[in-house]
Design a binder for this molecule. Structure first.
Ligand code: B12
Ligand code: SF4
Length: 485
């Protein structure tokens, strides 16, 4: 193998959730298209150390020059401490045993490891942002002797951020993601898929750097989408997807083309996606399209119903129309056929815990299946992906203080630690009324649980022992398939 990439998505609620991240596979597929052999070893958090090492060593050959790691999690999350230690120990060991290999980290939070491991002590390269062109340039340099791609030195590490111009080869709109036999997709497994990159909005709390794009920039041609869906169905029996786009309905024309395409497919498509309800309301014809095009679960980032907070984060619509539109859409228009998952933020300055408890009550009274609280994240330390809040915190009424040696934000109603406590309390109060998240309904479908059933059940009514058994079997089969390659 030329490169081996390790990856994991760790659910913050279920240790054994089975979710593939798209990023490392996109890079693997692109490099394979350029003649490199790449092995992704996924779900690394679910393997015991000796098994993981056995797998890695199986794929290290005299041709191997790169070991990669893909990260989407916040590594400072105390719940992920054990995983963090496991990966640091693993990479330290690999570096010692294979001193000539290059170690490379990517993914939306990969850069955050730079500050902790300075001067190339754990990784030789840090790829920041979308990584197809940079990673190909690195491979070409090390295998084919081409020019080294430009980099910046930060924390003594070599960073390859998107903004450093290199020769552009990757064309997203016409790109075709190919899942390979090497990826050991299990029969009928749901897969992540992307149709567009970048977001047309600019929310002030958002840490994603590609915001404020024009409507049609970086959207895939519908023919490429159709080809990919047909291929996955033929090869792996996959008919169910996690759509990773930030706003699936950013472009009404795309939603229309997608709906028409879904009807041409030789199977019934199912998917979950992030949808903006303001765009649905503004384009009511799309409300009907979603009843026809296979969506089973929609994720709405409402964040707040409070007017000043909503204006401040750039989602004024949520306060103005959210409480009227959401019940109409879920109960009347969609007749509960589409599961709605709402994301809310705790820690914005104009709401107290009592106010948020009333919001909890509103969701219960209106019989929504699931809403999730997230503590506002705002920080000064990360050296990439800065939100408008991070950059201009004082302008929005935030200041910072030190708590247990760490800088945390403070505003007039709470601070970062209090907001996290609020999230625990709000989640606890809501738990017994809630069902499962958009992404979990997709995962559970591969264990034979039907959407029509899981959407009606409360979390406590799901047979989690059965689910855990099935996810163990999944990992065992995946492990055997990797060994058999
Ligand atoms: C879909 C998604 C999810 C899904 C993933 C489902 C699935 N099956 O994939 C779910 C809902 C599970 C999820 C969860 C979380 N997410 Co999320 N998620 C996204 C989203 C919208 C898209 C990610 C994606 O797949 N993009 C498409 C792929 C192709 O892009 P990519 O992952 O960036 O990969 C590219 C590069 O990073 C790089 N790359 C990736 N891996 C590797 C590896 C190597 C070796 C190399 C060289 C390069 C490389 O190359 C890839 C191709 O260009 C992003 C926003 C965004 N648009 O990026 C947020 C985002 C990544 N998520 C975020 C967060 C905060 C989370 C959570 C922590 C939320 C929470 N509080 O629970 C959890 C963490 C999950 C975990 N524990 O691992 C933040 C990260 C913020 C930050 N940078 O600090 C983002 C940016 C959202 C935001 N606007 O703030 N997420
Ligand atoms: S929070 Fe979502 S809608 Fe807002 S800018 Fe970020 S990706 Fe776009």
């Amino acid at each position: 193998m030329n490169g081996i990439f390790l990856s994991a998505i760790i659910s913050n609620t279920r240790a054994n959730a089975i979710l593939r991240p798209l990023g490392p596979y996109r890079i693997a597929s692109y490099l394979r298209q350029h003649g490199y052999s790449i092995q992704v070893i996924d779900f690394v958090h679910l393997f015991e150390n000796d098994k993981l090492l056995q797998l890695i060593k199986k794929f290290i050959t005299p041709e191997t020059k790169f070991i990669g790691f893909s990260m989407m999690i916040n590594h400072t999350d105390p719940k992920l401490k054990n995983f963090y230690i496991k990966m640091v120990n693993l990479f330290s060991l690999l570096r010692r045993e294979y001193p000539t290999l290059k170690f490379i980290i990517g993914g939306s939070t990969g850069f955050a490891w730079s500050q902790k491991f300075q001067n190339g002590s754990l990784f030789d390269y840090i790829v920041k942002g979308y990584g197809e062109d940079h990673t190909l340039a690195l491979f070409n340099h090390h295998y084919r002797g081409t020019k080294h791609p430009p980099f910046e030195i930060i924390d003594g590490n070599k960073h390859l951020p998107e903004h450093l111009v290199i020769e552009k080869d990757f064309n997203f709109s016409q790109s075709r993601h190919v899942w390979s036999k090497q990826d050991c997709i299990q029969p009928g497994e749901p897969l992540p898929i992307e149709f567009a990159r970048g977001c047309i909005f600019k929310c002030t709390f958002c840490h994603y750097p590609h915001i404020g794009k024009q409507k049609n920039d970086f959207t895939k041609h519908i023919e490429c989408v159709e080809e990919e869906l047909r291929y996955n169905y033929t090869m792996f029996g996959t008919d169910t997807y996690y759509v990773t786009d930030d706003t699936f309905n950013a472009d009404t024309e795309f939603v229309k083309a997608f709906t028409d395409m879904s009807k041409r497919l030789p199977f019934k498509l199912n998917y979950a996606a992030f949808i903006r309800p303001d765009l649905l309301k503004a384009n009511p014809e799309t409300e009907d399209m979603f009843l026809e095009n296979g969506i089973v679960s929609a994720y709405f980032g409402i964040e707040t119903f409070q007017e000043d907070n909503a204006k401040m984060i750039g989602k004024g619509w949520s306060a103005k129309h959210g409480k009227k539109y959401l019940p109409y859409l879920y109960h009347e228009k969609w007749k509960r056929k589409i599961h709605i998952n709402t994301g809310m933020i705790a820690g914005l300055p104009y709401e107290t815990l009592d106010d948020l408890k009333k919001v909890n009550q509103w969701f219960m009274d209106n019989q929504f299946p699931i809403w999730k609280w997230h503590a506002l994240y705002l920080g000064r330390t990360a050296n990439y992906y800065k939100s408008e809040f991070d950059l201009n915190a004082e302008k929005y009424g935030f200041s910072f203080k030190i708590f247990e040696g760490k800088s945390i934000w403070v505003n007039k109603s709470c601070d970062e630690i209090t907001a996290m406590d609020w999230v625990n309390e709000l989640d606890n109060d809501a738990k017994k009324y809630q069902g499962i998240t958009a992404w979990t309904t997709i995962e559970l479908s591969m264990y034979g649980l039907k959407f029509e059933e899981t959407h009606k059940l409360r979390n406590s009514e799901i047979d989690w022992n059965y689910v855990t058994g099935k996810s163990h079997t999944f990992i065992e089969n995946y492990y055997k398939d990797l060994l058999a390659l």
